[in-house]
Design a protein around this ligand. Structure first.
Ligand SMILES: [Fe+2]
Length: 321
């Protein structure tokens, strides 16, 4: 017959200090006795502002291409990781960027995955293209190309020059959500079914020009959102700056990456100044005050996780000055 013990009467645990190790063994944390707080006033992040330089990455990837082919590598890319803790992959908590390169005659085989991806083409000659679900899209410097989650995608260099671009993916977000699915194409290649002049998956420099022409100019800066309803986790914005044009300083509850499409300038992030050239990438973690100022003119691509923060009701912003 089960016995019942009166609480406290015969319990061998005589104090909270004796109770804590018992709780710990049984995987409880007393809410009033946590080692770390679980709530705080405003966003915190261990991720730091960080810059990656195209000229430097290009030297490294050119060297690597002597030894690693696209036959051996799923992708010949250099991931831009933020050196925080043991992280060796993510650029920011929800985003990763990478420099990728193809040599003439190479192709990056077809695959698909739940993460969304996009590319900014830096340097490419004629006959370089991406295929998305059987649709062939040219890759021309300045282009932004989308490969939404679960679309088959592959890349080809059928020209005479090496091709370079920047990939942006929401893989770190998918890692957190644990909803990764990946599949290699059974034939490695996709059959090209169409080569349209216009596609919702490609924003050429001319497309960007048209969108920017309709935008209002403030302090020598115009910005245009690239409409990408197929990419639900990232917001894509193109900024065009006149000489000395600048963005107002701001901070908000999103993390973002800036890539320099053309020109040069400097990005101040929480008092630190990053001078950047074409092809450079800068990561701005959440809630860091930032402001870009162009030199003689510049165009930037901004990739942010703002739609995720907004969808979940977490988004806040603050304009400074
Ligand atoms: Fe991919």
């Amino acid at each position: 017959m089960p016995t019942q013990t009166m609480p406290g009467a015969l319990d061998p645990i005589g104090s909270l200090d004796e109770l804590y190790p018992v709780l710990n063994r049984e995987c409880y944390t007393a809410g009033w006795h946590k080692a770390r707080p679980s709530l705080w006033k405003e966003p915190r992040t261990p991720f730091a502002p960080r810059q990656w330089r195209y000229a430097e990455a290009r030297r490294h990837i050119d060297l690597a291409a002597r030894w690693i082919s696209t036959e051996q590598a799923e992708r010949r890319n250099l991931l831009m990781f933020n050196p925080v803790g043991d992280n060796d992959y993510a650029s920011l908590p929800n985003l990763v960027a990478a420099y990728q390169m193809l040599r003439p005659g190479e192709h990056a085989s077809a695959h698909r995955h739940t993460p969304n991806a996009l590319r900014l083409v830096l340097d490419a000659g004629a006959d370089v293209y991406t295929v998305v679900d059987g649709v062939q899209l040219p890759m021309v410097p300045g282009d932004v190309l989308l490969t939404p989650g679960w679309t088959w995608h592959s890349h080809f260099d059928r020209g005479l020059d090496d091709a370079y671009w920047i990939d942006f993916l929401d893989v770190p977000l998918v890692h957190r959500l644990e909803s990764m699915f990946f599949e290699a194409h059974p034939d490695h290649f996709q059959t090209v079914e169409s080569t349209p002049a216009v596609s919702p998956f490609r924003f050429s420099a001319a497309d960007q020009d048209r969108l920017l022409a309709d935008a209002r100019e403030t302090e020598g800066a115009r910005c245009a959102r690239l409409s990408a309803p197929s990419m639900r986790t990232v917001a894509l914005t193109v900024h065009q700056f006149a000489s000395q044009g600048r963005l107002p300083a701001r901070r908000d509850a999103a993390s973002r990456m800036f890539a320099v499409i053309t020109g040069s300038g400097s990005l101040e992030v929480d008092g630190e100044t990053f001078t950047c050239q074409r092809g450079d990438v800068i990561a701005v973690p959440i809630w860091k005050t930032h402001r870009f100022t162009a030199d003689q003119g510049a165009r930037l691509l901004e990739v942010s996780d703002e739609p995720v923060q907004r969808l979940l009701g977490f988004y806040r912003q603050e304009r400074i000055g």
